[in-house]
Design a binder for this molecule. Sequence first.
Ligand SMILES: Cc1ncc(COP(=O)(O)O)c(C=O)c1O
Length: 717
Amino acid sequence: MDIKGKLLITGVSGLLGNNLAYYLKDKYEVLGLYNSHPVDIEGIYTEKCELSYGDNIKRIISDYSPQIIIHCASLADIDGCEEDRDATKKINVLATNDMVEGVMNKDVKLIYISTDAVYSGIEGNFSEDDNNIHPQNYYGATKYDGELEILKKENSLILRTNLFGWNIQDKKSLGEWILGELKAKRRINGFNDAYFSSIYTMELARVIHISIMRNLTGVYNCGALDSCSKYEFCLKIADCFGLDKTLITPISISDFNFKVKRGKNLTLNVDKLQKALDYRLPTIDHSIEAFYRDYKCGLAEEIKKDQGGGQGKSVNIPYGRHWIGVDDIQSVVKVLRSERITQGPKVEEFEHALAEYCGAKFAVAVNSGTSALHIACVASTVEEGDEVITSPITFVASANCAVYCGAKPVFGDIDPKTFNIEPKEIQEKITEQTKAVIPVHFAGQSCDLESIQGIVKRREEEFNSRIFIIEDASHALGSIYKNKRIGSSIYSDMTAMSFHPVKHITTAEGGVIFTNDEGLHEKLKIARSHGITSDPGEFVFRDLAFQPLADSYEPLVNPWYYEQVDLGYNYRITDIQCALGISQLKKLEKFRKRRREIVNRYNEAFGSIESIQVPFESRDCDSNFHLYVLLIDFEKIGIPRAQFMNELRERGLQTQVHYIPVHTQPYFQNRFGTKWGDCPNAEEYYQKCLSIPLFPAMTESDVERIINEITQLVRGR
Ligand SMILES: Cc1ncc(COP(=O)(O)O)c(C=O)c1O
């Protein structure tokens, strides 16, 4: 098999980043990182990463283990950099420092794309000599500081450049801008006294590739072999593309009122690089010809069509979203290339990892949270004539699982603080018909399990019956109740979870049931797979199952033999999904931590607003915060909830209502006679609740945007 080296490119949505990805994607396995502009280039992995935040870049380096990093990401708008010095320093210097720390003591080749703006821009023909370093603006200064960070890592390569090319995004490089204006027959000005040595991105990509192969280290200028003024550059482009040169007017850079100072002569002396690589760099004419050739052969169009895509394609922020990294994708691809894509080793591996994480003896992985709940009811022998108590503030599956078994769902009202079922409601609603209680850990906040277990035990004794407790922990992977992880099933018979994409980890669709009871474990496995067993110890028809052998031998099982011992289902999960789950589970603690940070910021921002109530946190529970539900007094703020949600949607924010009380759904009203008024706390909660976006891939700016938009709306602006 062709094993390619792993290359990480930062700034893959930028001009050089995406052109490099195109150029190098057949030569390396490429992971490209972007911040706000999603990119989807066939043949490479892309991932959203806010470089300047926390240990994002270190995490990606450790997850992906690249052999080479090309660090293209930077804030490069000269005026913008001056205006927002903090952000510029964060990206251009501090994020570079994080990257260097992430690769220290690792065998990683670091290539840093620097700029001609580190030079004074007076004399021109700059060599790499330190005496020439006199950045004229904050952009140049921070890029030079970035270089100093990079030099802390041995064998790094720094390339100071100026480039033009075909951009993936709407924003245009100089070459594209000239073309656009001239094609539209608009007049343009070109500085006849500002010089540079701009190189076409694909030519630069070639030089970078050669530099990697030769393991070049040090600091080099990497531009065109010669130079020209920006006015001449406009003429050359017009010439090459057959456009009207008379539209171009020469002017002096001094006539242009730039807010921020720029170097006048930034021409580069590229002798050092040519010598080190024994390679002749292209002249500006050659670069423009290559730029034209790529246009003619459709590369420019191909690059542009890849705009957008990736995770988080739109600028809209959903209320919840999965976070799939390149390591997850690779785990899945590995299984796709293997012998077994279902019923293979990954299922058990996932089950073991989950059981170990949650602290339960057994885990049975299935194809959804709903099937997990269903077979938990089956294993509890829930059947016609039985009652099953659950919460009305949940997804319908928590009640449907009882109905699948022919039982009647009974709804116990919620505690208005935690939004979870009140133990006293369970106490009141348990009857001799009750076969199971399904407490739902809503939004990750755990139920009062100790009280629920106490009540159920007392009622079991009173009725001399068996009442199962099945936790619906679809929201609660990673939550901790009384110092034990939810899933440990210490206070229950079984715990069901879901791995739907909005949940803490995902397998696309998927679920699991935890138990500490061996008998239940066996029943769950059989129910998951058609009611069939292949365990010789379980076989009923032993004469059909075993080969008749001489007495001295152990009986041999007939190799084809299996038995259906009960009615079961095909609720199996695939190895492809489990590979994803295993990989995701490794990141759960990071996801949890990130959610917590966002929650802290939300609490701080919304906690003091009068018409808003932030989520309550019980002292017994360290919630994983699956959802962040605000209670908003829509009457008081004078905006109906639907309008509030629509206005937020127009501002690019998706919110959701979790949930419409299940007992008010027409199916339950019609079939079981439930009605509005049955659970007043749940119904009152429903009038005010609103889940706002919360998922670990949210960036700081996403969080601040959400806070601003919601606060403005609540305050009537
Ligand atoms: C509380 C609750 N229970 C059960 C389920 C069902 O899980 P799944 O969608 O994986 O079938 C969900 C899913 O949203 C849920 O939120």
